[in-house]
Design a protein around this ligand. Structure first.
Ligand SMILES: Cc1cc2nc3c(=O)[nH]c(=O)nc-3n(C[C@H](O)[C@H](O)[C@H](O)COP(=O)(O)O)c2cc1C
Ligand code: SF4
Length: 445
């Protein structure tokens, strides 16, 4: 078993008062920002590059590299921005909220370092609308940082102004997509933008902008605590640090855990430190490895390590770390219908393949699950998904943003890996596990 002995992100969460500035500072808080702010901005970015920190929001993009795409002030004199993605709406994912609740100053310290490196004088933290408590804790922490002279006209006494604001979303999953987030920050409807141009060049208010996830930026102070080499060494291959993952579904001990990149999904599910296995008499049928948009894995594929690149051969992704376990008594068709309904509901409607395709897929899956389907529906289902985003390989989406893929890839992977279950529904004209029809569930029936 590969158990992480050194906790990095969650290290201080149990300390009473850790979410207050007084306790945070008492235990070395903001010392890393002080240290980093002595460096030249480019040296900070280099250190982040060397740490192999990769984005924890879903795509696992190398953070230092993303920062280096922001044009220099000589080339582009516009103001630059940092936007923190605290929208956390991917089904199965609950980690950023715990950073905000337990250690908000860790994020704020990371913001201080990142903004200084990027030359950004303004940072917006875009929080999920439903985050009532986490947002309240964050607001208090921001106010404390201002009162202490950390933020404001002089960032920690340096001749560098930094203002940090929290902006609350209104419950739309699409606003977690980085360009929809920027539109929403600008006060507009959260419709994703066509890329390129990418936000690093044309972002918020048409200015260079870096969008990073909460966990990504909260990792930055740790890099400066013990150095990029240490941080990189904690991880595996090209994925530095540790990861926060959310384990849910059919396990004895669901929860949010900090794991090493070399921990496998099997270890996470069965180890006594983590999931403690499935309820008695159950066995694994399927596992969603990275939030509901990640292609599903079979029970034979769960020896994969939680490191970002390890998922490539499986044509899946580490995503946002939401790991959902389904057992042999759960119906994969029914589970897929639940996922499909979410994406149908959350499509922003801007583009035809996604707007029309997601509800279409949801309707077809429901038809199959309820025993009203025929073989042509299964072929149709795969065809619709292929038209939105061919799979494999991952990342070929035909839509404006990756929500198209997010809805299509689960469908393709479920049907490919569990085709027999779908066919059984068609043959028996009912769910083999005895699930009754659902009755009326809104428009995606
Ligand atoms: C539909 C959709 C929803 C997303 N939701 C989130 C989210 O809630 N939080 C997040 O950090 N990233 C989310 N992302 C990914 C962001 O677009 C972006 O890649 C990420 O915030 C970049 O930060 P990182 O490089 O630190 O991972 C979403 C992407 C898509 C397509
Ligand atoms: S893919 Fe879907 S969510 Fe994304 S822009 Fe197109 S319609 Fe909107």
């Amino acid at each position: 078993m590969t158990i992480l002995t050194e906790k990095v992100m969650t290290r201080d969460w149990a300390r009473p008062g850790q979410n207050t500035l007084a306790v945070y500072k008492q235990h070395g808080g903001y010392a890393q920002a002080k240290k980093a702010l002595e460096l030249a901005p480019a040296a900070i970015t280099d250190e982040v590059k060397k740490s192999n920190l990769r984005g924890r929001g879903g795509a696992g993009f190398p953070t230092g590299m993303k920062w280096s795409f922001v044009p220099s002030l000589e080339k582009n004199t516009k103001p630059r921005y940092l936007a923190i993605n605290a929208d956390e709406s991917e089904p199965g994912t609950a980690k950023d909220r715990f950073i905000l609740e337990n250690d908000p100053h860790l994020l704020l310290e990371g913001i201080a370092i990142a903004c200084y490196a990027l030359g950004a004088h303004t940072c917006y933290i875009y929080s999920r609308g439903e985050f009532k408590y986490p947002s309240a804790v964050l607001d208090k922490a921001i106010a404390e940082a201002y009162a202490d002279g950390i933020f404001g006209k002089k960032l920690m006494g340096k001749d560098f102004e930094l203002n940090v604001y929290q902006v609350r979303g209104a419950g739309a999953y699409i606003c977690g997509e980085e360009t929809a987030l920027l539109e929403s920050l600008e006060g507009k409807k959260g419709w994703p933008r066509l890329k390129p141009p990418f936000p690093a060049v044309v972002g918020l208010f048409g200015c260079p902008t870096v969008v990073n996830n909460v966990e990504t930026i909260a990792s930055i102070p740790r890099i400066f605590e013990k150095g990029a080499a240490w941080f990189s060494g904690l991880g595996e291959a090209k994925s530095g640090g540790t990861r926060l993952v959310t384990l849910s579904g059919s396990v004895n001990r669901p929860g949010t855990y900090e794991v090493g990149m070399n921990t496998s999904i099997r270890e996470l599910i069965y180890d006594k430190e983590y999931g403690q296995g499935l309820p008695e008499g159950r066995s694994i049928k399927a596992v969603i490895p990275g939030g509901s948009s990640a292609p599903v894995l079979t029970a034979d594929e769960i020896d994969v390590k939680l490191e970002f690149d390890a998922f490539k051969p499986l044509q899946s992704m580490a995503g946002s770390g939401g790991i959902i376990v389904m057992d042999d008594q759960s119906c994969v068709v029914r589970s897929l219908w639940r996922v499909a309904r979410f994406y149908a509901e959350e499509s922003c409607g801007q583009g035809t393949p996604c707007r029309e395709g997601q509800p279409w897929m949801a309707r077809l899956i429901r038809k199959i699950e309820e025993g009203r389907g025929e073989m042509a529906d299964l072929d149709n289902l795969v065809n619709v998904a292929q038209a939105i985003a061919p799979w494999p390989p991952i990342g070929l989406g035909n839509t404006i943003c990756a929500l198209g893929d997010a809805g299509a890839l689960p469908v393709q992977s479920f049907v490919q890996k569990f085709r027999k279950d779908f066919e059984e529904h068609l043959r028996l004209h009912r769910c083999p596990l005895g699930n009754a029809p659902w009755g009326h569930f809104g428009e995606f029936k």
